[in-house]
Design a binder for this molecule. Structure first.
Ligand code: NDP
Length: 344
């Protein structure tokens, strides 16, 4: 019997093995991630099986793998809030074997086995068709961070913030969401102020199109209820005092898209910018965003960024490099994005 016949029989029997990151929790409550092999019969039951080509390492994945925050809701868990790959088998009417698909959120890597593996089984309505301009690697260089950055840009646009309206501030600028937000906004013609704590990445951020750099230390400490108004819009990935200061420095009638908590979950602000300058705070969620909005965001991402800018923003690592990379990401040592080649 040749290898492909054996492999087909194994797949039918659910005994084919695949590589994955698996997070277990021991009796003492300690979280232990490992790079391992699993059987397809262990996958959660769902309508569509996907052969994953690329996943990525997002901030939330790093929290899950290190156990630094209660992202994982049941153990054992395959982490990975996103993936891109090819449909192997489908009981869902919208998908056929061979379709190129991607997934963001919906609980993947939190309540349902996720993308840091060579196989996944998910409900059909969690999947999107891969935009034709992108291959699986490019899609995961962008990943949930890129899709979230685009959701933030769309939210600002929907509030009437246009390139001529004034400067836009991006915090956490050399991280994943931040880098892609800087690139997107500058490609769309906005003047971008990139706030970063890593001056060594100044050339990188200017290369992505940032007009001005701001030392993040000017935003991270407790500030005044109202500061000198400078930017008309902002994309904040940090929360905490930074988000409060971002609101305090927003010009009359401006808007702030809040998507992250890399500094902290708290929001120690006053109502002053809201009631005296009429600014708007826009909450951004990528996990349960409706499909129509996801399609809109991915189409705009694919149309706006060039292959060259996508390459500039990220690098690719192998599945077995994910666990040490998670600690580096939370320590603020990763620039831009990490796509994960699950077959390397
Ligand atoms: P990264 O780790 O890639 O980037 C975060 C950046 O924030 C860092 O590069 C650093 O930027 C800055 N930073 C990190 N720690 C601190 C700190 N303690 N104080 C001040 N600045 C800090 O993460 P992502 O870009 O992938 O994600 C950013 C945030 O967005 C996370 O909180 C994540 O959970 C959230 N997120 C939310 C989503 C949603 O659906 N709402 C979806 C995706 C992400 P620099 O060195 O340039 O200062």
């Amino acid at each position: 019997m040749d290898y492909s016949t054996m492999a087909a029989q194994e797949i039918r029997a659910g005994s084919a093995r695949f590589q994955a990151i698996l997070i277990e929790r021991n009796a003492a409550g300690q979280v232990r991630p490992k790079w391992t092999r699993l059987q397809e019969s262990q996958l959660p039951k769902a309508a569509v099986q996907v052969r994953i080509q690329y996943s990525s390492l997002n901030y939330k994945d790093a929290l899950a793998i290190t156990g630094k925050a209660p992202v994982v809701r049941r153990y054992p868990m395959v982490p990975g809030i996103d993936f891109a790959g090819v449909v192997v088998h489908s009981d869902a009417p919208d998908w056929q074997p061979g379709d190129r698909v991607l997934l963001n959120g919906w609980g993947a890597g939190e309540t349902h086995w996720g993308g840091l593996a060579q196989r996944a089984q998910v409900p059909g309505d969690w999947l999107l068709a891969l935009p034709p301009q992108l291959d699986a690697r490019q899609a995961m260089l962008l990943g949930t961070a890129g899709y979230t950055a685009m959701l933030c840009v769309l939210a600002l646009e929907d509030q009437g913030i246009a390139p001529g309206s004034g400067e836009i501030l991006v915090t956490g600028a050399s991280g994943g969401v931040g880098s892609i937000a800087v690139a997107l906004l500058s490609r769309l013609g906005y003047a971008v102020i990139a706030a970063t704590g890593r001056p060594q990445h100044a050339d990188y951020l200017r290369g992505l199109g940032a007009k001005h750099l701001l030392d993040r230390a000017q935003l991270t400490a407790p500030g005044k209820p109202l500061a000198k108004a400078r930017w008309i819009g902002a994309i904040d990935t940090l929360g905490s005092h930074t988000l409060a200061n971002v609101c305090a420095g927003t010009r009359y009638g401006g808007a702030v898209a809040a998507c992250g908590l890399a500094q902290g979950m708290e929001f120690p602000a006053t109502v002053a910018p809201f009631i005296l300058r009429g600014i708007r705070l826009l909450g951004i969620d990528s996990v349960r965003a409706p499909q129509a909005l996801r399609k809109r965001a991915w189409a705009r991402l694919a149309d706006t960024l060039t292959p060259q800018s996508i390459e500039t923003i990220g690098q690719t690592i192998a599945l077995q490099a994910v666990i040490p990379a998670a600690a580096r990401l939370l320590a603020g040592q990763v620039r831009g994005r990490l796509a994960v080649n699950v077959n390397a």
